[in-house]
Design a binder for this molecule. Structure first.
Ligand code: H79
Length: 455
């Protein structure tokens, strides 16, 4: 009896503990839906100002050139531009992609040293080749190329270790998937050139391939900072699909930010949304900077030469000075700068890009205070440069050093204290009558010397 009673008692205690455990679990489940305002969700991104785009895929192998012919524009378009068949591309390009010098930690270190706060990697570009171990296709890094290392995984982990946000670009356009361009397959990009070419199979591609891929990327690689869609323009992709995709992403990762190309609202290359109800968190001007500030979230993406993908024949590199001034210009108008790198087929950043990143790093280390967490200034753009603003502080970025050593600033600005970010110990003099700052004889940085104006 006693024994039985003891057993009963033990059983009761265990049962009670199990119930408590269950209640705990249930409580956790009840707390699960993360309620987060859009402002809260966007905060890190708005503060970040500066990110790295990485266009990398098998197209790095030909690098924009086939049988001596060089493709026009971005080298990531070579499959279409230089008329590869799907089979040729698989054999000549994808099967040759073996970037044994790829070192995710080295990439992250270069991004961080440049002052970048997030990295957006092309998980899949228009050619359809996937840089991660995808469950829905063999046209990926594990099966179709000899490399057999999950590039998305390695970079996502390196980002996490390095304290930088990992984000991915994903193309809606897919030149390899039969249902993405039926009934024209294997004639893969006709639909884009002829917008009347209706593809009745596209919803299947969307449902059974595109969505599962995005779900995989949001499941297997930790926290995703941004999902950056592209290829929104194809007529088979609808606004309903876009809204559903957006909602799916936020249900899976409520803190993720999604660009406006998830839906159909983009207004050409200037990238901002047209009037109407469209999903997406920020506008995406491509290869351009809006002329004035815009009262919305936006990000200008740009290349360092003229190509997104690796293209050694394109030597038209922007100078570090132009790139630094672009960063300042963009932040002064309330946007972010997403600056592209096109790594080579071995997995290395081009030397020209490495040098420019290092120059930008030198500048942001000294002057980053005027960029991170800064907003568009309320003042008109001055002739000599740009203003950014933070609470109680205006940053004057001087691109053109005034010959007379005096900087005329907006007369509404009433400084209490002024100093140079590159030489913070020295207080600058203020000529009240002229509303002018008395400057040192020459620029401290020929790209942009920053004056901190405390109000
Ligand atoms: O990934 C890089 C490029 O390969 C990709 N976007 C960047 C980030 C890109 N794909 N296509 N393009 C750039 C140019 C496409 C332009 C057009 Fe259109 C598409 C012209 C007509 C349809 C978009 C919609 C721009 C104007 C209307």
């Amino acid at each position: 009896m006693k024994k039985v009673a003891n057993y009963l008692w033990v059983a009761l205690v265990l049962f009670g503990a199990a119930c408590q455990q269950k209640a705990k679990e249930e409580k956790v489940i009840i707390e699960e839906p993360v309620v987060i305002s859009d402002d809260e969700r966007m905060q890190w991104w708005r503060d970040a100002g500066f990110g790295m785009f990485i266009h990398w895929g098998a197209y790095a192998v030909p690098g924009g050139e086939r049988n001596g012919e060089i493709c026009k524009g971005g080298a990531e378009w070579i499959m279409d531009k230089l008329d590869y068949t799907i089979e040729d591309y698989e054999k000549e390009v994808v099967a040759q992609f073996n970037p044994t010098k790829f070192d995710a930690d080295a990439w992250v270190a270069m991004a961080k040293d440049a002052g970048m706060k997030y990295i957006v990697l092309t998980s899949k570009h228009h050619d359809g080749f996937c840089l991660w171990d995808s469950e829905v296709t063999d046209y990926d890094i594990m099966e179709a190329s000899p490399f057999k290392r999950d590039i998305v995984k390695e970079l996502a982990e390196a980002c996490k270790k390095g304290g930088i946000k990992f984000c991915f670009y994903h193309s809606i356009v897919d030149w390899h998937h039969p249902e993405a361009q039926a009934p024209l397959y294997p004639n893969y990009n006709v639909g884009q050139k002829d917008s009347t070419a209706f593809n009745p199979e596209f919803p299947k591609y969307y449902e059974n391939y595109l969505k599962p891929q995005v779900r995989e990327l949001l499941t297997k690689y930790g926290d995703i900072g941004v999902v950056w869609f592209d290829g929104d323009w194809i007529p088979d992709y609808t606004t309903e699909m876009g809204k559903e995709m957006y909602n799916m992403i936020l249900e899976m990762q409520p803190r993720t930010i999604v660009n406006n190309r998830v839906d159909k609202g983009r207004n050409g290359m200037e990238g901002m949304d047209m009037e109407g109800n469209y999903a997406g968190d920020f506008g995406t001007p491509e290869q351009e900077i809006p002329a004035t500030g815009i009262d919305a979230d936006w990000e200008s993406c740009m290349t360092m030469n003229g190509s997104w993908g690796y293209k050694p024949s394109d030597t038209n590199w922007k100078s570090s000075e132009v790139l630094i001034q672009n960063l300042v210009d963009i932040v002064s108008k309330g946007g972010n700068f997403l600056l592209n790198i096109g790594p080579d087929p071995q997995g290395l950043f081009p030397q020209e890009s490495v040098e420019r990143l290092a120059d930008m790093g030198k500048w942001t280390k000294v002057n980053g205070e005027s960029i991170y967490g800064a907003k568009a200034s309320p003042y008109d753009r001055p002739e000599w440069g740009r203003y950014t603003a933070k609470d109680g502080v205006i940053y004057a970025h001087i691109f053109e050093w005034p010959a007379n050593g005096r900087l005329a600033i907006n007369t509404d600005i009433k400084p209490s204290k002024m100093s140079l970010l590159a030489d913070p110990g020295v207080e600058l003099e203020w000529d009240v009558e002229q509303s002018q700052v008395v400057l040192p004889t020459s620029a401290l940085d020929s790209s942009a010397t920053v004056i901190k104006i405390e109000l």
